[in-house]
Structure formats: structure tokens, C-alpha cells
Design a protein around this ligand. Structure first.
Ligand code: KIV
Length: 262
């Protein structure tokens, strides 16, 4: 299993880091046998797996449920658990208990969105033995504050703020940093400025690694086609075809055949 030391080495050796989200046992089993470097049990689970309209609806119980399922399927990959909305804004004891639950559920690290107001607690977690991944740019838990899912850091002031925040998160001890929906040029500058690996999503090719939502790259949602997603299969169409094929075989008495019967 690759660890945070490997991710650091990979940055230095310019070996790209590949990450995907993962939310359940069966996909975890497949990813475990793949070459993917690490998985994030993202709070995007609330949208992808539960149909909520944003990640604001993820909570601790939901995240622990998914981390447990993933860790039953993944034996050889680093698992990062996403701290749900506002968990890190409650009293520190609440976050510490939440992190404890995450780690005992099978996470090896946690991800916390944003820098403002989080540095002290990140420092505390890191000094307590918990690897923390930062997340800047489009931080989806703040979608209502940001006014939608849009590219961040387009102007000088906001791009400077993201770079400054990246340095602050590095200073607080983050082992890695997700850069979501930022201009490629900014992602590259941050990657070249900070010493910890950057993992991009919608941030161009200049980051140290990439992450995608598993269901996006498998093409499971026909109506979700953002610029930054590459679909490696048409999961929606392939599954629909398989379902209808099965239905047809059942209706026509073609399934089960002799070889499929006792
Ligand atoms: O929850 C998630 O899927 C994420 C990734 C997009 C980085 O935070």
C-alpha cells in the first residue's frame, strides 16, 4: 500500500499520483486490484450514492457507513475520508471524535475543505498522528456561499488567496492538497511553489496527481458532462443494455438455460 511518504516521493520524482473516489464494497474490490494509487471516500457520496443536491447533506453516519464498506473491499490502498459539512466548525471535541470514528472505520487520513479557521485544528490533528489532506479552489461544501459550481481563482486577488492558503495548509501540516476547478496556470504555480503533492480535479495537467469521481469517469450519469471529466466507459448505456437484455431473456424464456439450471 502506498502511504503519504510514497506520495511525497512521487512528487519529488515527478511520478503522477492517481486517485478516485470510492463509496462501496463492490467497487472497492475492483479498485483494490487496480493500479490506482489511493481512494477518497468523498462526501460526494451524498450526491452520487444518495441523490442529494449537494455535499451539504453528507453527515458523519453516512460517511462512516461508506468508509466501512470501502475498507472491507480495499486492503492495499490508502483510504482518505472526507470530513462532512461543518464537522470541523463545531467544538474541537466533536471533530476529534469524528476523526476517531473515521480512522476506526478504516480511513488512513482525512480531508478537510478550506483553510480559513481550519489551520489550528489541522495542526492539532497532524500532531496527533492523523494525516490531513487539504482542499482549495472550488470547495463544494461552500457551494451556497460561492454561488454555484464555478471555476475559482480567476482574478488576481482570488488566485493570490488560493496560493496563500495552499502555503498555510502546507504550514499546518497537510500531506497533500486537492485543487478543484482552478485555472491550469494557477494549479501549476501552486504545484511548483508548495512542497506537498497537489491533486487536481478540473485544474489541468500541471498538478502532481489527479482525482475523479468514480461514477463520472465510468460514465454512469448521462447528463453530467463537465469539461474536466473524461469518460472511460459508457457505464449508463452499458448497464441499461445489460438490464434490458436480461429482461428480454426472461420474458422470452431464454434465461435460465439448461446450463444455468440445477
Ligand atoms: O467529495 C469528493 O468527491 C471530493 C473530490 C471531488 C475531490 O471532494
Amino acid at each position: 500500500m502506498k502511504t503519504i511518504r510514497d506520495f511525497q516521493r512521487m512528487k519529488i520524482e515527478k511520478e503522477k499520483i492517481s486517485m478516485l473516489t470510492c463509496y462501496d464494497y463492490w467497487s472497492a474490490c475492483i479498485i483494490d486490484n487496480s493500479d490506482i494509487d489511493a481512494v477518497l471516500v468523498g462526501d460526494s457520496a451524498s450526491m452520487v450514492m444518495h441523490g442529494y443536491e449537494s455535499t451539504v447533506f453528507a453527515d458523519l453516519n453516512m460517511m462512516c457507513y461508506h468508509i466501512k464498506a470501502v475498507s472491507r473491499g480495499i486492503k492495499n490502498k490508502f483510504i482518505i475520508g472526507d470530513m462532512p459539512f461543518l464537522t470541523n466548525r463545531k467544538e474541537p471535541g466533536f471533530l476529534i471524535d469524528a476523526v476517531d470514528r473515521f480512522m476506526k472505520a478504516g480511513a488512513h487520513a482525512v480531508k478537510i475543505e478550506g483553510a480559513d479557521g481550519n489551520l489550528e485544528i489541522i495542526d492539532f490533528l497532524v500532531k496527533s498522528g492523523v494525516p490531513v489532506m487539504g482542499h482549495l479552489g472550488l470547495t463544494p461544501q461552500s457551494v451556497n456561499q460561492l454561488g454555484g459550481y464555478r471555476v475559482q481563482g480567476r482574478d488576481e486577488a482570488s488566485s493570490k488567496k488560493i496560493l496563500d492558503d495552499a502555503l498555510r495548509l502546507q504550514g499546518a501540516g497537510c500531506f497533500s492538497l486537492v485543487l478543484e476547478m482552478v485555472p491550469s496556470a494557477l494549479a501549476k504555480v501552486i504545484t511548483e511553489t508548495i512542497l506537498i503533492p497537489t491533486i487536481g480535479i478540473g485544474g489541468g495537467a500541471g498538478t502532481d496527481g489527479q482525482i475523479l469521481v468514480l461514477h463520472d469517469m465510468l460514465g454512469m450519469n448521462k447528463n453530467f458532462n463537465p469539461k474536466f471529466v473524461r469518460k472511460y466507459m459508457n457505464g449508463y448505456d452499458d448497464i441499461l443494455q445489460a438490464l434490458n437484455h436480461y429482461n428480454k431473456d426472461v420474458k422470452e424464456g431464454d434465461f435460465p438455460g439448461k446450463g444455468e439450471s440445477h
